[in-house]
Design a protein around this ligand. Structure first.
Ligand code: PEP
Ligand code: MN
Length: 356
């Protein structure tokens, strides 16, 4: 990491970047309010740090050992001399701003009528972003795979329903890109790309998705440590895309007996991650709980833990949902949940201002 002197010229920054490139590596240039910091992307072993240190305009060269330096608070602090959180904008919705963001919608897009009806319901309930899966990650090949599995035309049709419902009710949209092959097509329709828990480790998918210039909702794998989660988020930052919203969605439960939840929601990870990175971190209580009667409590707990947003699966008739009906709540229940979360958020506002 190269810290430039205050007032270093653009030509001096270019020279440092050129030197990094000559070593076969890439550079991330972060222009802060007070100074510019340049992060080296790649294997630094061959870098001549003494030479870099002596280039004009360079204040100092720091070795940062963390595998996620580009998204680290440390990096941000160096360039901005501020501890500010990063706000990710999706349309006019701000993740990481003052107020929590609510993403809601069906697990999977099933018909035009279904998406429009749910979109109307969640908008009225107070949601800001519309979700809906077109390419579903499923454990069994015999389960419904999402309408996208029926072919290109069907995928485009389902994506256009989601886009149109979002437009109709004034919400940006998010859907999962399950593999590299669908990233270009999906990007034509939605405002935010989701990388699902199962694909957290797919670095080619992350790299490809990051190049589309769209914000990304990045879910933690259910077996991943926080360090791994952040290290893979770094792949997107390395492509120049820091518009990444991290999402905790539960990790594999321990013990032999019944757990009573689908996964174990790791809420301690929320404040822990906030100390490591400036990227916003949110919670998906639906996939964590795996049952609708826990969504209200877990949503409130997630907001209390400091989550910047929630993603909740909603259906007007959960019994008829093709996927994840057991964890879907109704638009009316979503409304009660959002209102309660608002109260929790309000109660803690003063404490947050103190940096707790
Ligand atoms: C989803 O949000 O649609 C989903 C499949 O979640 P996860 O990747 O967390 O299992
Ligand atoms: Mn689901």
């Amino acid at each position: 990491m190269i810290v430039m002197k205050t007032g270093a010229t653009a030509a001096q920054v270019d020279e440092v970047v050129g030197e990094i490139k000559r070593n076969g590596l890439r550079a991330d240039v972060s222009r802060g309010e007070f100074r510019t910091v340049i992060g080296i992307i790649g294997d630094e072993r061959g870098v001549d740090f003494a030479r870099l240190e002596n280039l004009p305009g360079v204040k100092e060269v720091l070795r940062i050992e963390t595998p996620y330096k580009l998204i680290s608070r440390e990096y941000n602090r160096l360039s901005d001399s501020a501890d500010g959180d990063y706000v990710v904008r999706v349309g006019d919705v701000e993740f990481g701003g003052e107020e929590p963001v609510y993403i809601a919608g069906p697990c999977s897009v099933e018909s035009r009528e279904q998406v429009f009806r749910i979109a109307e319901g969640v908008k009225k309930a107070g949601a800001h972003v519309l979700r809906g899966g077109v390419f579903k990650p499923r454990t069994s090949v015999h389960s419904f795979q999402g309408l996208g599995a029926n072919g290109q035309d069907e995928a485009r049709e389902a994506l256009s329903w989601l886009r149109d419902a979002g437009k109709e009710f004034g919400m940006p949209t998010v859907t999962e890109v399950r593999g590299e092959g669908v990233v270009d097509m999906v990007s034509e329709y939605v405002d935010m790309l989701q990388i699902g828990a199962r694909n957290m480790y797919d670095q080619d998918l992350l790299t490809k998705a990051a190049t589309k210039g769209k914000p990304i909702l990045f879910k933690r794998h259910f077996g991943a440590s926080v360090e791994e989660f952040l290290s893979f988020a770094e792949y997107m930052a390395a492509e120049g895309n820091k518009d990444v919203v991290l999402c905790e969605r539960g990790i594999v439960p321990v013990g032999k007996g019944k757990s009573y939840t689908g996964y174990t929601l790791d809420l301690g990870a929320i404040p822990a991650i906030q100390k490591e990175t400036f990227l916003p971190i949110m919670v998906d209580p639906s996939h964590a709980a795996g049952r609708r009667d826990l969504i209200f409590s877990m949503s409130c707990a997630a907001i209390a833990s400091g989550a910047a947003a929630l993603m909740i699966e909603v259906h007007y008739n959960p019994a008829e949902a093709l996927v994840d009906g057991q964890q879907a709540i109704t638009p009316e229940e979503l409304k009660e949940t959002i209102q309660a979360c608002g109260r929790v958020h309000g109660v803690l506002a003063k404490d947050r201002a103190k940096g707790r």
